[in-house]
Design a protein around this ligand. Structure first.
Ligand code: SAH
Ligand code: SF4
Length: 398
């Protein structure tokens, strides 16, 4: 088969390596089957069968595909792989949050890369926080990922693989046995929501994120409704209409400041796409209603963006946009130039926003002890020194 099938959406397999099937659209999957000699009349039907095994059942071995003939299974196994990324570390927080450090092929980055995925169980739901890039090109001053140089975009395969791997480790596929050694909660909670809020800026890796989220929301496979998937952006305004039209998930905006001078500093992409441009893009996001709102993320930085005057300006800024506001207590990391606002201030800020009629939940920090909280993800070459980690573990809420 031609490697072009795999490279359309991702990193080309090295010579002699089998091409991944995970991450291909249905059409590309059917093409891949044609490429190994499946007759035209069967290609679409076979692609649907495979889709079910890959995404509904989560199998990683062609031999398990009992409704596929043995000769075809053998041919598939000879040409393609369903391999999951290697788990370098699995950590579980005292609050049940878990974090996986995954190793992925170099894919042009020189050496293998590492990326983090976080699972957050809550009352009545379980959210998987998925990464879109290794590192980030942007340099938001409060974000740990922003201090890691951008290494490369993740492929659609690697984005979807984070979901599949998490479902493996949680025993979250129908009829699946939990792999030996995986940490499983007694309640056995499942992944019900996905947020593209891990490492990286998803709208700077648009095609692969799109492909992956279309797979995640496909009703015959992972089958998560688009309303249960949220794409978070630091504000790549020109890509927001395309995200709405072509992906159609929920949208979150990392706002963090209500004035351009401050946002220029905190979220430097603001210099390119200032607040007015960003708000214009938000207003035209398709399908907005009171039941389908944009989430505005606002990290609470002591003495920087947390005055009550700013809370009022925030309300004014969002006027006319169906919105909810997530107030995120700043999660510290070694060397961070900020502190988290005092709790009373966060509550007073939330009150102002609430009184104006906006839901403004204060997001309880999750998984801080294992560095899994918002903005704490960072991997690979520039991982923190052990001494720094230990220092933070002593006082994770500092
Ligand atoms: N790059 C995208 C997706 C990452 S989402 C974006 O910026 O939207 C990660 C979320 O956590 C963003 O809202 C980000 O602004 C926020 N965040 C980053 N660092 C943080 C920190 N140290 N404490 C709390 N929230 C943080
Ligand atoms: Fe990148 Fe988002 Fe972190 Fe900014 S907040 S540096 S865009 S990951």
């Amino acid at each position: 088969m031609s490697t072009a099938l795999a490279t359309d959406v991702g990193v080309a397999p090295a010579a002699g390596e089998k091409a991944p099937l995970i991450g291909l659209s249905r059409a590309a999957l059917a093409d891949a089957l044609r490429g190994i000699g499946v007759p035209e009349a069967q290609a679409r039907m076979r692609a649907s069968q495979l889709w079910h095994w890959l995404y509904f059942r989560g199998v990683t071995d062609f031999a398990a595909m009992t409704n596929v003939s043995k000769p075809l299974r053998d041919r598939l196994a000879g040409c393609f792989t369903l391999k999951r990324p290697e788990v370098v570390a699995e950590q579980i927080s005292v609050d049940g949050t878990r974090k996986w450090l995954l190793r992925l092929p170099a894919g042009g980055a020189g050496r293998p890369v590492e990326v983090e995925t976080v699972y957050i169980p809550e009352e009545g739901r379980g959210t998987l926080c998925v990464s879109s890039q290794v590192g980030c090109t942007l340099t938001c001053t409060f974000c740990h990922t922003g201090t890691q140089r951008m290494v490369r975009n993740l492929t659609a395969e690697e984005i979807v693989a984070q979901i599949l791997l998490a479902r493996d480790r949680l025993g979250d596929f129908p009829d699946a046995e939990t792999p030996q050694g995986a940490i499983v909660t007694i309640e056995g909670r499942l992944i019900s929501n996905i947020v593209m809020m891990g490492m990286g800026e998803p709208l700077y890796n648009f095609d692969n994120v799109k492909e992956a989220l279309l797979i995640a929301s496909d009703g015959d496979g992972i089958a998560l409704s688009r309303r249960r998937i949220t794409l978070s952006t630091s504000g790549v305004a020109p890509m927001i209409p395309r995200a709405g039209a072509e992906i159609g998930t929920m949208l979150a905006i990392s706002l963090h400041a209500v004035r351009d001078d401050l946002r220029d500093e905190l979220v430097p992409i603001n210099r390119k796409y200032p607040i007015t441009k960003l708000m214009e893009a938000c207003r035209t996001y398709p399908g907005l209603s009171n039941a389908r709102r944009i989430t505005f993320e606002y990290v609470m930085l002591k003495g920087v963006n947390d005055s009550l005057a700013e809370a009022k300006d925030l309300v004014r800024l969002l006027k006319g946009i169906p919105a909810k506001i997530n107030l995120i207590p700043f999660n510290p990391w070694p060397g961070a130039p900020y502190e988290c606002s005092d709790w009373e201030r966060i509550e007073a800020f939330a009150d102002v926003v609430n009184r104006a009629g906006y839901a403004s939940p204060i997001r309880t920090p999750r998984g801080r002890d294992i560095f899994a909280a918002c903005g704490q993800l960072k991997s690979a070459s520039e991982r923190m020194r052990k001494s720094e980690r230990e220092l933070m573990a002593v006082n994770p809420l500092q």
